[in-house]
Design a protein. Structure first.
Length: 133
């Protein structure tokens, strides 16, 4: 399984960011002959707390999902609840460590599937800042 997520946030007040998430996942299991490609896009809101030189955060997002698995094409949604820490290592870059819960609801033909996942993620974040004069 290969999975990636990208987020972009605009800060509307100190610590509060609103933006979007993009998600892509590809899974290919030879034993079960399952191949799945999933793409998601949706809104995200996050709040970053400033404690010394780290920024703990909480976030919530939702995605519209579109997926293919062999001849089956379906759609659905994902709810994403996360928390973690942002540790800056330069003026505009940081290491992100997050844990979260994903709830997926997928629909295809006349069938639906619900799935919950707890995950731990590690990533790098970049910041674009604008100096106000």
């Amino acid at each position: 399984t290969i999975e990636g997520t990208s987020s972009i946030l605009g800060f509307i007040s100190k610590g509060l960011g609103i933006g979007s998430d993009f998600h892509i996942r590809h899974m290919d299991e030879e034993k079960s002959e399952l191949s799945l490609t999933q793409i998601g896009l949706g809104p995200k809101v996050a709040y970053f707390f400033h404690i010394a030189k780290i920024y703990p955060f909480l976030s919530f997002g939702s995605h519209y999902l579109n997926y293919t698995s062999g001849p089956v094409i379906g759609d659905g949604f994902r709810l994403k609840f996360t928390g973690g820490i942002c540790v800056p290592f330069s003026f505009n870059a940081a290491i992100l460590i997050e844990a979260g819960y994903l709830y997926d609801k997928l629909y295809y033909s006349s069938t639906s599937l619900s799935q919950g996942t707890i995950y731990l993620g590690l990533g790098i974040g970049g910041f674009i800042t604008q100096n106000k004069r």
